[in-house]
Ligand binder design. Structure first.
Ligand SMILES: [Zn+2]
Length: 271
């Protein structure tokens, strides 16, 4: 469930806390969570490495290390929590990273769908992702050109990480509502004005969600300090089935588009 704004929030927290820190030990309690190594190899390769920077690409959190990169994909319920020394292990803490100053970074994941990658170069994992929607060089013209080449429906296209990186179910529904576009609209049928509206809506939704430190909708998302986000209070359609559209007052509907639960205002987003 964590999408671009949630991972960006965690990355900002961890950049403040971890740059300069050194890993001195790691406990792996669920070995399958490490996608690239056995638990022993992972520990051997990570220990002694220090954190140079913390970033994000799509929904991947990236710790740039002195000798490579440590990536986390949180999937449904993954959390990265920073604790003081000797913090008790939670029942879903599958990896515990020990830092030289005694602090601990706990990877907690109730559903165990998340993955950890230790690689020489982060591009080994993220090179196939589409553009970053908030990158300075991602222009409305580029987005329009991308859309005009696609015949598929907007909702699955925006969820496709190879098309555009970072959007999931929450922010796709929110952006399509703001842009007043039906999720089943074919991408290459959008007018230039509609393409611009969608570009602006994606920016508005992602930037305001980052400002709100992300969405804690079903209780699973937490920042690196264990705190919930605030953006759930500002959601327009996601999770508001049967509530009234904030723009026109019509009842918000839930439909299924490409197998995904989707919320729309039937008046503001006609098919
Ligand atoms: Zn409406």
């Amino acid at each position: 469930m964590p999408e671009l704004p949630e991972v960006e929030t965690i990355a900002t927290d961890l950049r403040r806390e971890l740059v300069g820190a050194t890993f001195t030990g790691v406990e792996i309690h669920w070995p399958a969570i490490v996608a690239t190594h056995s638990a022993d190899e992972f520990s051997r390769n990570l220990c002694g490495q220090s954190v140079l920077d913390v970033g994000r690409r799509g929904k991947f959190l990236i710790l740039h290390l002195s000798g490579g990169a440590l990536l986390f994909h949180l999937r449904m319920t993954g959390q990265l929590l920073l604790w003081p020394s000797h913090h008790p292990r939670g029942v879903h803490d599958h990896a515990i990273f020990h830092l030289a100053d005694g602090r601990e970074l706990h990877y907690c994941d109730q559903r165990k769908f998340g993955r950890i990658y230790l690689v020489c170069d982060a591009n080994e994992i993220v090179q196939e992702l589409g553009p970053e929607p908030l990158a300075k060089d991602f222009s409305p013209e580029q987005f329009a050109a991308m859309l005009s080449l696609r015949r598929g429906a907007l909702k699955p296209l925006l969820l496709n990480q190879r098309f555009l990186a970072g959007l999931g179910n929450i922010y796709t529904d929110e952006a399509l509502f703001v842009a007043r576009l039906h999720p089943r609209r074919r991408a290459n049928t959008l007018s230039p004005d509609e393409m611009c509206r969608l570009y602006d809506a994606i920016h508005l939704v992602l930037q305001s969600a980052i400002a709100g430190r992300g969405t804690t909708f079903d209780g699973s998302y937490r920042d690196a300090y264990g705190q919930a986000g605030h953006y759930q209070a500002e959601l327009r359609v996601f999770g508001r089935e049967e509530a009234n559209c904030p723009r026109c007052g019509a009842k918000i509907q839930r439909l299924t588009v490409a197998g995904r639960g989707t919320r729309i205002c039937p008046q503001c987003q006609p098919e």
